[in-house]
Ligand binder design. Structure first.
Ligand code: FE
Length: 131
């Protein structure tokens, strides 16, 4: 996989302000405001920063949180994780392995078969409905 590397100036020009804030500055969109928290369409969710395929709609579930939630990525290598010690919580941050864009966090209260909940910002994603 070829990594996508751009400087902050390039990202700022390429992304909408909202996407820049989440993908490059690890921001969080407000719950129940994004495009995909309630989406039920079939397709593949790609990284809004670089287009890499990240999550299948088949692994999406209704978490009730107001953010699109998945129990696993499309392949293990498409995301990387990192310990996030921001504020008062210790959480596991998840980002795109290709461009480094921040996606959201992983929690351990998801459904089977993985028990994981990938809690992802809508604006980090772009749904590709295919044909
Ligand atoms: Fe990416």
């Amino acid at each position: 996989m070829e990594k996508v590397e751009k400087n902050e100036q390039q990202w700022r020009e390429e992304l909408s302000p909202e996407r820049y804030e989440v993908l490059r500055r690890k921001g969080t969109e407000r719950a129940f405001t994004g495009a995909y928290w309630d989406a039920k369409e079939d397709g593949v969710y790609r990284c809004a920063g670089c287009g890499q395929e990240l999550f299948s709609s088949e692994t999406k579930f209704d978490s009730g949180t107001g953010w699109p939630s998945f129990y696993e990525p499309i392949e293990g290598e498409v995301v990387d994780t990192e310990e996030d010690r921001g504020f008062l919580m210790r959480r596991t941050e998840v980002h795109c392995s290709r461009c480094g864009g921040h996606l959201g966090h992983i929690f351990e209260d998801g459904p089977q078969p993985t028990g994981k909940r990938y809690c992802i910002n809508s604006c980090s994603l772009e749904l590709d409905k295919g044909e």
